[in-house]
Design a protein around this ligand. Structure first.
Ligand SMILES: [Zn+2]
Ligand SMILES: [Zn+2]
Ligand SMILES: [Zn+2]
Length: 484
């Protein structure tokens, strides 16, 4: 079969290329190919070659969900609708047709299959015979599949499939929540975008959208997000959503546990955010005999609990990450009964060890706040404790901590300095083991033995030493803000 000068072999290759590389914006070659295919179908919607053109448009449909040229998708849709109307009226003796079991994984084989459809001498390894593939009712089925790809949920009597947008969302979120965001992902936009999707969700999609928000919430509260408005957006969307699930009741004996990993939770949420995805879920549940029924998974009672839990986590962490942190509890931990610093504990907790990560934020903040109202000997210890704890914080110290630590560090770095050091030895080095032993000995020479490296007390309390330490810390914290 020839179409002008292009053989079906060549056409299949061109269509396959568009199917594989569909993420193109206003590609004029793509537009021309789609329009040509649509025009041929529109010229003879019930014609003998209709199966070729409907399969062609099925292959190119993903591009029409991306960014085709003006009017291109509309022309394709009009041709497909006309073809469906005309072809579905025809009669045949087949019990079934291949389109009925054609899912999105099958799209990848269409290019290979097409040329063999009209060439009786070609190898044929399909389950269904050529006659069923070429049947007008099968062509009508593929017209509807193409329409379902272009406008998800716009037709019935097609196998369920995820909307292209949902596939792209799963891939983007999975990469992000696994800790390897795609290079073009704007993380804060992506998370805030999921909040908007929940706010604007149709009732049937709301449970799925809520599950996605639950998944991105874990990322948002991890400390990796340093912009408060992202958490505000999630809180706002959940507050708007809760009333929709409030007062819900159900007859379920219990509810299934939702996935507890970010990528899995987001993937399920996206799947359940479209009619096609929900049908896929049920189809695979029935086929596999695994997974709880849909009504239990999206039950409003479960969704109310889910929204409450996410909201409570967000509010708590928003306070910790961005609010005024209360560090009064740290007095009991880092001061002795007589009110003096517990130098042993401070030295231990500033050690550069992973188990100190959990203390680092509050300790840095407490030390920075206490710094201004301490004597010279305490001040340098508190400055160093704050500085080393900022290094220990993981992930990067949150805004609520950086704010006060930075204020202290800036004040110390900006204080007027003597032109020369009031001591002859060098400043203490901040290498960990030596530093810790030496700091303890400096602060309490009676109780702690001299370290391998000792410096004069004047070297420890030297304002030029403090200013250098503070300036270096300021530079690091400023760089952190700039990275955001
Ligand atoms: Zn048939
Ligand atoms: Zn229920
Ligand atoms: Zn000095």
């Amino acid at each position: 079969m020839d179409t002008d000068d292009t053989t079906l072999d060549e056409l299949s290759e061109i269509w396959e290329d568009i199917r594989e590389n569909y993420q193109e914006s206003r590609n004029s070659d793509y537009d021309r190919t789609v329009l040509d295919c649509a025009a041929r179908l529109a010229a003879e919607p019930g014609g003998e070659s209709a199966h070729v053109w409907t399969i062609g448009l099925t292959m190119m449909a993903p591009y029409l969900t991306w960014l085709p040229g003006e009017g291109v998708a509309q022309r394709a849709v009009a041709a497909l609708e006309a073809a469906d109307r005309t072809l579905r009226e025809q009669h045949c003796a087949h019990d079934s047709h291949p389109y009925r079991s054609h899912d999105d994984e099958g799209d990848a084989y269409l290019a290979e299959l097409l040329p063999a459809l009209d060439d009786e001498t070609a190898d044929w390894e399909e389950d269904r015979p050529r006659s069923e593939w070429r049947c007008p009712l099968n062509a009508a089925g593929f017209a509807r599949i193409a329409l379902d790809i272009i406008h998800p949920g716009s037709v019935t009597d097609v196998p369920p499939r995820l909307p292209m947008e949902a596939k792209e969302a799963i891939s983007t979120l999975s990469a992000l929540l696994n800790g390897y965001p795609k290079p073009w992902t704007d993380i804060e936009n992506e998370i805030s975008g999921q909040a908007s999707e929940l706010s604007g969700a149709a009732p049937a999609d709301r449970a799925g959208r809520l599950m996605v928000v639950r998944a991105v919430t874990w990322y948002a509260v991890s400390g990796m997000v340093r912009t408060k408005s992202v958490l505000d957006n999630l809180v706002g969307a959940l507050e708007e959503t809760l009333p929709h699930f409030a007062d819900a009741g159900c007859a379920h004996d219990g509810h299934p546990a939702l996935p507890d990993s970010g990528p899995a939770a987001a993937g399920l949420g996206i799947e359940l955010s479209s009619a096609g995805g929900r049908n896929l879920y049920e189809q695979s549940r029935i086929a596999s005999g695994r997974n709880p029924p849909l009504d239990q998974v999206v039950c409003p009672v479960l969704m109310a609990e889910t929204a409450e839990a996410a909201l409570s986590l967000l509010r708590t962490r928003r306070d910790e990450l961005f609010g005024e942190r209360d560090t009064s509890h740290a007095d009991a931990e880092y001061l002795r009964a007589d009110g003096r610093l517990d130098i042993g504990k401070l030295v231990e907790r500033t050690d550069h060890k992973s188990w100190n990560e959990e203390y680092a934020e509050d300790l840095a903040l407490w030390a920075a706040r206490r710094h201004a109202r301490s004597d010279d000997r305490d001040r340098i210890v508190l400055l160093l404790v704050a500085r080393q704890s900022m290094d220990n914080a993981y992930p990067s110290p949150p805004v609520s901590v950086v704010r006060d630590v930075l204020a202290t560090m800036r004040a110390v770095a900006a204080a007027p300095l003597p032109t020369e050091c009031p001591h002859v030895d060098e400043h203490p080095t901040l290498r960990y083991a030596e530093f810790r032993d030496a700091m303890a000995h400096f602060w309490d020479p009676e109780e702690f033995p001299p370290a391998a490296e000792t410096r004069s007390p004047e070297s420890w309390t030297c304002p030029r030493f403090a200013a250098a330490v503070a300036a270096e810390c300021v530079a690091e914290l400023v760089r952190l803000d700039e990275e955001d």
